[in-house]
Design a binder for this molecule. Structure first.
Ligand code: ASP
Length: 435
């Protein structure tokens, strides 16, 4: 159960919303007046209901992340243990992201869906999505500096900005995580009574935030219906036919990840029953699918970890916020696949060395991508440029990207939760060895 709402009810809302949207899209395709009425219904009803759900989740992210990490680190007590946990977590992130990127590249290299892709369709799509491409390109440019000092300052700002409140207001997760780690670490040196006082406060704050997630989950079946309806009702179904093989291949890779690779990790590294784990993680997966945002899903992930998966708060509070920003396996897979697909469309052959560069860049950009819908796209354009694939070629896939974004966000958040279960297993082993 997710806050008193059954998974089935949420899944039902998801399925019904998708079907209703597709039907509405088909029925209004040839009538501009009907299309306008549909747009009005989406903007005035579906959008606000979906947004109330999303905002209830977003609003708790920063206080929940801050409080969970402070409590977690302060209760670990031993900073050496935190360092070991951090190193294991980061290694897990890098290896699983790298393997995911390889899977995406291999699938595209084997099937080659981009070879022989109609050049008129390419020109049409580039014309249609030129505006979107320009806005992603300007986001990518905003992050680019050429001189050394600029780059150093940019890295410093990314981890340790001058103003922590500003970072929190802008939802920059990495500095807030690092600041919370600092506060937690500092607390371990503070007098015990004061440390316990603040920890109790922080614990109460985290608990209250989790309760708010519970309120949001009560709305989930209706909100999920509205969010998915808004996507499928406006989706270019015709485009889906043209890009069918590309879409099916990427969704197939996500399925391999969820149904084969993740269960193997769950059994071998986290010592969990994969079936039960996936079932318990269902509300988190549905939230990720319908919001396309790892950040919006984070509160639900934290709640599921402590209430259904038996992962202790100090582990979940440390691993999951880090994972929501830094570990995006689905995104790494998608980026690798897109670079190869667009290269095939333009008849560009990437050497093995260049493909390795793509894997490395996918790992890095998956770390840097924001956990919001389409968060990976500006960075993906940078990866394409790096290996000589025209970044504007991203226009070819933009029309179907929302669908793939929903899928990759599920893979992203599930990867984080599996990492938390793996770290939890290690912590339990150390506890029983110490006992
Ligand atoms: N939507 C993804 C996430 O939030 C990021 C992306 O791949 O665009 O995890």
């Amino acid at each position: 159960m997710a806050g008193g709402v059954s998974h089935n009810k949420i899944l039902f809302g998801l399925g019904l919303g998708a079907v209703a949207g597709i039907v509405a899209n088909t029925l209004t395709q040839n009538s501009p007046a009907a299309k306008e009425t549909l747009d009005t219904a989406i903007d005035s009803v579906a959008h606000p209901v979906g947004q109330i759900f999303l905002r209830l989740l977003f609003v708790v992210v920063m206080p929940l992340v801050f409080a969970s990490i402070v409590v977690g680190v302060a209760s670990l007590g031993d900073l050496g243990r935190l360092g070991k946990m951090g190193a294991k977590t980061l290694l897990f992130f890098v290896i699983t992201s790298g393997a995911s990127a390889v899977l995406g590249i291999a699938a595209m290299a084997l099937v080659r869906p981009g070879s022989g892709f109609g050049q008129e369709t390419v020109a049409e799509l580039q014309r249609k999505y030129a505006g979107d491409v320009a806005s992603y390109a300007s986001k990518a440019d905003a992050n680019r500096t050429t001189d050394l000092l600029g780059t150093v300052n940019q890295i410093l700002d990314m981890f340790l900005p001058r103003n922590m409140l500003k970072a929190a207001v802008e939802m920059q997760m990495i500095p807030v995580i690092l600041f919370a780690l600092l506060v937690g670490a500092a607390l371990t040196r503070v007098e015990q009574r004061k440390r316990e006082d603040l920890s109790t406060w922080m614990e109460a704050l985290a608990d209250a935030m989790v309760e708010i997630v519970g309120f949001a989950m009560k709305l989930a079946p209706y909100a999920v219906f509205c969010l998915i309806f808004g996507v499928t009702a406006r989706f270019g179904l015709g485009l889906l036919q043209k890009l069918g093989l590309y879409v099916v291949l990427i969704l197939g890779c996500y399925l391999i990840q969820i149904c084969v690779l993740y269960p193997v990790l769950l059994v071998t590294m986290a010592r969990r029953n994969p079936w039960r784990f996936l079932r318990d993680a269902m509300p988190m997966m549905v939230t990720a699918f319908s919001t396309s945002s790892s950040s919006a899903t984070l509160p639900t992930s934290l709640r599921i970890a402590r209430e259904s998966l038996g992962i202790r708060p100090q582990v979940a509070g440390f691993v999951l916020p880090l994972g929501a920003t830094m570990n995006m396996n689905g995104t790494a897979l998608f980026e690798g696949a897109v670079v190869l697909f667009v290269a095939q469309v333009f008849g560009i052959d990437l050497s093995l060395g260049e493909q390795f560069t793509v894997v490395g860049m996918c790992i890095l950009t998956a770390i840097g991508a924001a956990g919001v819908p389409g968060g990976a796209l500006p960075l993906l354009m940078g990866v394409m440029a790096q290996v000589g694939v025209p970044p504007d070629g991203i226009a070819i896939i933009l029309g179907v990207d929302r669908l793939l974004d929903m899928g990759r966000t599920v893979v992203n958040v599930l990867g984080d939760q599996i990492c938390a279960a793996y770290i939890e297993a290690g912590e339990r082993r150390s506890d029983s060895a110490a006992a």
